[in-house]
Each structure stands twice: as structure tokens, then as C-alpha cells.
Unconditional design. Structure first.
Lengths: 226, 407
């Protein structure tokens, strides 16, 4: 399988001029297409920092983050925004849907920013919402959906841009067991059937159990990768 | 862009109570600003109109130097010739001649310094409508043995005289001889300018000229034209036709009145600017709250690929929508209020004494031209944009990585 993420010797130091905090110290990780990987570790281990660097939301102090042959650490802020739009899907812990848009509009929104045609947007939004089991909720706004349903809309939204991979930051943290299992079922199915690459940061044992690869971080370093 | 507009529009309804508070402040601010402006305009127009229509007339003609100290000998001595010129001018609706002297009026109770105006009653009424201000007695009419005098109500009160009472007028003739003559109060008038009422008495010109020994001589010619808007085009040809006399439009006769008129316009706009500025700060505060409340949402939008320009415009659109939604309500309220009071008047009789001393009628008719409303709308848009800039900058400066984790 093609390597889509390649992180080489990255370091992230916060407050380098005042009281430096070494969030990541020489981390090197590669992710191949179609992987279903969980990044685990205690609080402060550097999970979120690593995910931010992979997601192009932050830049490393040293090292390179290569995604689909592009070193995103060298991109400008505007180039990073465009890169995220075209290559990365995001699922956040708190769903973070746009409250004033319906499920369908939320999914379409990403494609709209990619300047896709109306027809394509509508068809893909409906198809993705069907894929996450929300075909009956397409015209509902987030406030009318349960937490599990909102997170499924978020998954559909993350897939809408046809990203190289989906980054999911603690996607089950705010869900009850049933909703969490349901969401994991969907993501696992999308991974197996569609070959979509998922990369999670999580504390949740259920996610870890389902992941086919688990990278464990401690004190900003990879301590295991199995 | 349409989706941004849609999101912005829907966002303003997310917190209805807050949005309503903003709408109310914008609508009430506009209403108050516009109504206050129309009231000030109306007040000023009435004051200007009162002075022009009831005292100055539109154009005045004097002998050069007369107005410096109202010297009795500086008269217009070729009245018939001037009258002929005026009669040939088709823009002139009416004119009247006045003989003016300063003197004293005495009753049994007291004496007062006054300006005595010798008028031709019919002509004077045609120019300044003096007859309609009579509140007691009558407007000249058939003279008895004692000649008639009209005096203002405030003066009558101070002299403690009523209609049919006798008064003595004293003044100097051109030879500096003191002349005293008895007059009977024929009528008491009351205009909106109580100060002028106290200082002016009217007698028939024929009588005054007889006492002064004047023949075919007057001190002042007051002219009323058909269309006051044409003042600037009517006056210059008259000046040219009467080169030896001082021909002045009311703006030249009483420049302070015109200046006050222009100042009023500027003050009205200033008032609106101040209201808009206050609204700006209110909106700025609201939009800052909006941005701070939605840090996570803006962070998410930037994380998933919305560029900063779009985020900036989203906040801008929301602010403009917020203000523009309230604007029609404010404008409609203002238009209705102005329309109602311009028709029926706003009665400020409680303040009539103070207003009267400024020459203002206690019933105010607000006035506002329609070209004022587009200016207000433009101001609202500018205010909305100005007040949105800082919150929008705050939104685009958010760090997506930190913002999406904010509670």
C-alpha cells in the first residue's frame, strides 16, 4: 500500500524562548493507505500535538510532515488551509457541526468550498449520509440530532471532500456506548469496504480494540507501535 | 458566497433575544435620530419661515446707509419709479412700502422704546399677512378722528392698554423736532416672535408721512415673490434694475438666519453620526460576544479548510444583516412619526413662552426631505462595516488547533 503520511524526526517545542515545553521529541511515524490506526497515550503525551501536525493545524519545530509527497511543514498558512480542504478529513470530539445548517448542508459545505457542482454536492451528500445511516435525517439541524447522529454527520462531512485520510480526535469521547459502537462500526466498514484511511487519537478502549495498528505515545515519544 | 450569506443570515437568528436587543437598539436609535432631526428641521424651518414670511419678507429695498443706524433722512425718494419696476417684474407677488422711525410709546402706566412702522395696511397684509395675527380688536379698517395703531400683545400687556385705549407716540422728524401724536389702539396682534411683537408698532403710512412731512418717500420696500426657491435668480436682476438702492434677499438682510439654517443641517447630521457611533459600539460589543461564543465553530471552519477571507466576510455579513434587518423597522417608525406630526403638529404649548422668545410657534411640524433616508441607510451600512471589522479580525486570528478544543 502507498504511504500517505510520513513523519520524520519531528519535534514540537512550545514557548521555545520562555519556558520550553517539549511536546514531541523526535517522533517518526508512517501511515499507509487503508490503515485503521489509533494513537493512544496518557494526557500530555503529545497525541493532540501529533494529530495537529499531521492535520496541518500546527507546524513542527523540527522535522518534516510529508502527506501525499508534500512536506506540509513548508507550506504557508493559506496553502495549508487549501491543503487541508483538499486532502484531510476531520472528525472532532465535540462534533463541531455548523448549527444553522442541516445535515445535508453540513456535508455539502466542504464540497462547496471545493467549488464542486451543485448536482455533485447533493448526490454525494445524500450518498454519504446514507452510508452513515442518516438518510432520514438529511434535513435536520444538529440540535435536532443525538450526539451519535451528529458524530455520524461529522464523519460524512469528513469524507465529503474525498480526503487522503480522516483524522479523528477522540471521536467517541462524548458518546454513549451504543452510539460509540455504532460509529465505530460505520468507520470500520468504510475503512474495509471503501479503503478509507482513519487515524484516531483516543483514550477509548473500544477504539483501541478495533484498531489494526496502535501507536502509543508517552512524554512526546513513541513507546510502542503494534 | 451565497452559502456564506445563508449561514450569516441564519446565524443572526441563533440567539433571538440578543438579536432582538440589537434590532431594538438600532431601530430605536434610527427612529430617535431621524425624528429629532426632523423636529429640529421643522423647528428651524418654522423659525426661518416665521421671520421671512411675517417680518422680513423675501427681498428688501433700502436707501444705502439706512440700515446702519436707521437714520430718518436716508429714505427712498423715488418710490413711484421703484414701484413701477417692481410691478413689471412677473416674479413678484406683492410688495409693500414702510416708513420707519424709532420712538417712544407711552400709556398712562409707562413708556417703551419702539420701532414705529408706517404701513399701507392692505399691502402689508399681502406681504407678511399681518391681519391674521390680530388677537384683539381689528386690523385698521375705517379710521376715526384719532388715528389707529396696532401693537403686539406683549407690548400691550407691558403698557397695560387694551383695544380703544389711547397712546402717545413720540419721535423726531427729519429736522430733529420732537413730534408727539395720540393714537387709539385699533388692534392687538400676536406673532410667534414675542420679542419682535414687543418692539414694533404699526400705524398707517399716510399718517406717519404726514407727521414727518414726507411725500413720495419711504424707508423700506418689502417684497414677496411667488417662489422662494427662485430667490437667488430673482434678486440679482432687481439689484441691476435699481443700482442706486440697496436690494437684498432675506439671506443678506439677516445673514445669521441663513447661517443658522445651514448650521442646523450640519447639526442634524452630526446628531445622526453620534447616534450611529453609539450604535457602532453596541454592535461591536455584540459581535465580539458572538465571535467569542463561537470560537470553536470558527476554529472548525478554518480547520476543515475555510479560508480567512471567507471567515472575515461571514462575520461582516452577519453584522450587516443584523443592522440592516433593523433598519427598515427604524426607518418605517421614523417615517410614520414624521408623517403624523408633520400633518398634525407636535404641540409644545408648555414651552410656548421660551419658544416664542426665539420666534418659534409652539406647534412644531417636523420636516424631512426624502433624500435624507438614503443617507441614513448608507450611514447604517458604513456603521455596520466599521463595527464588524474588529470582531472579524478577531475571528480570523483564531488558532484553529486551539479553538476547536475550546469549551
Amino acid at each position: 500500500m502507498k504511504e500517505i503520511i510520513s513523519i520524520q524526526h519531528i519535534e514540537k517545542i512550545y514557548n521555545p524562548k520562555k519556558i520550553p515545553v517539549h511536546a514531541l521529541q523526535g517522533v517518526s511515524v508512517s501511515i499507509k493507505q487503508g490503515e485503521f490506526t489509533a494513537i493512544v497515550g496518557p494526557s500530555g503525551s503529545g497525541k493532540s500535538t501529533l494529530l495537529n501536525l499531521i492535520g496541518g493545524l500546527d507546524t513542527p519545530t523540527n522535522g518534516s510532515v510529508i502527506i501525499n509527497d508534500t512536506d506540509i511543514a513548508k507550506l504557508t498558512a493559506n496553502q495549508l488551509i487549501e491543503f487541508r480542504l483538499q486532502h484531510i478529513g476531520f472528525v472532532f470530539q465535540a462534533y463541531n457541526l455548523i448549527p444553522v445548517l442541516t445535515s445535508k448542508e453540513n456535508v455539502e459545505f466542504i464540497m462547496l468550498m471545493q467549488n464542486r457542482s451543485k448536482k455533485e454536492r447533493e448526490e454525494r451528500a445524500i450518498s454519504l449520509l446514507k452510508a452513515v445511516g442518516l438518510e432520514k435525517e438529511i434535513n435536520r439541524r444538529p440540535v435536532e440530532l443525538s450526539g451519535g447522529q451528529q458524530q455520524r454527520v461529522a464523519v460524512a462531512r469528513a469524507l465529503a471532500s474525498k480526503p487522503a485520510f480522516v483524522l479523528a480526535d477522540e471521536p467517541t469521547a462524548n458518546l454513549d456506548s451504543k452510539s460509540a459502537e455504532n460509529l465505530l462500526d460505520i468507520m470500520e466498514r468504510l475503512n474495509q469496504e471503501e479503503g478509507i484511511t482513519f487515524l484516531f487519537s483516543t483514550h477509548d478502549a473500544r477504539v483501541v480494540k478495533r484498531a489494526r495498528r496502535v501507536i502509543t505515545l508517552e512524554d512526546g515519544q513513541v513507546v510502542s507501535d503494534v | 458566497m451565497l452559502t456564506l450569506l445563508k449561514i450569516a443570515w441564519r446565524n443572526i437568528w441563533r440567539n433571538k433575544l440578543r438579536s432582538f436587543a440589537v434590532f431594538a437598539s438600532v431601530a430605536l436609535g434610527l427612529w430617535a435620530g431621524i425624528f429629532a432631526t426632523s423636529l429640529a428641521n421643522g423647528l428651524n424651518e418654522q423659525r426661518v419661515s416665521g421671520v421671512i414670511e411675517n417680518q422680513l419678507a423675501h427681498i428688501q429695498i433700502h436707501q444705502n446707509g439706512f440700515k446702519d443706524n436707521f437714520e430718518i433722512t436716508k429714505y427712498i425718494n423715488n418710490v413711484r419709479q421703484v414701484a413701477q419696476t417692481l410691478q413689471q417684474n412677473e416674479n413678484i407677488k406683492a410688495y409693500t412700502t414702510r416708513t420707519i422711525v424709532s420712538g417712544m410709546v407711552s400709556s398712562a402706566a409707562t413708556s417703551k422704546a419702539v420701532q414705529i412702522k408706517g404701513i399701507i395696511p392692505q399691502n402689508e397684509d399681502a406681504v407678511i399677512g399681518l391681519k391674521k395675527f390680530i388677537v384683539a380688536g381689528e386690523y385698521f379698517g375705517k379710521a376715526g378722528r384719532t388715528p389707529s395703531i396696532l401693537l403686539g400683545k406683549t407690548l400691550a400687556d407691558k403698557l397695560n392698554v387694551k383695544v380703544r385705549k389711547k397712546l402717545i407716540l413720540k419721535f423726531q422728524d427729519p429736522n430733529n423736532e420732537v413730534i408727539a401724536a395720540a393714537f387709539k389702539v385699533k388692534g392687538i396682534y400676536k406673532t410667534v416672535d414675542t420679542r419682535a411683537d414687543e418692539m414694533t408698532v404699526y400705524i398707517e403710512q399716510q399718517k406717519l408721512n404726514e407727521l414727518l412731512g414726507f411725500e413720495n418717500k419711504v424707508h423700506e420696500i418689502a417684497i414677496k415673490i411667488y417662489d422662494l426657491e427662485q430667490l437667488e435668480t430673482v434678486t440679482p436682476p432687481l439689484k441691476a434694475a435699481l443700482p442706486n438702492l440697496l436690494v437684498e434677499s432675506w439671506k443678506e438682510v439677516f445673514p445669521g438666519l441663513d447661517t443658522a439654517d445651514q448650521l442646523q443641517e450640519q447639526t442634524s447630521m452630526l446628531l445622526l453620526y453620534i447616534i450611529m457611533l453609539a450604535l457602532c459600539f453596541g454592535i461591536l460589543n455584540t459581535m465580539l460576544m458572538v465571535v467569542l461564543e463561537r470560537v470553536r465553530e470558527f476554529g472548525m471552519l478554518m480547520a476543515v479548510g475555510m479560508n480567512k477571507v471567507k471567515v472575515f466576510f461571514m462575520v461582516m455579513f452577519e453584522t450587516v444583516f443584523l443592522m440592516l434587518t433593523a433598519t427598515p423597522v427604524g426607518l418605517a417608525m421614523a417615517w410614520l412619526t414624521v408623517w403624523y406630526f408633520s400633518k398634525y403638529g407636535l404641540n409644545l404649548s408648555g414651552m410656548s413662552a421660551g419658544l416664542g422668545s426665539m420666534g418659534i410657534d409652539p406647534i412644531i411640524y417636523p420636516s424631512l426631505t426624502y433624500d435624507y433616508y438614503p443617507k441614513v441607510i448608507l450611514l447604517v451600512v458604513i456603521a455596520a462595516i466599521l463595527s464588524a471589522i474588529y470582531p472579524a479580525i478577531r475571528a480570523v486570528r483564531l488558532n484553529p488547533a486551539e479553538s476547536i478544543r475550546k469549551l
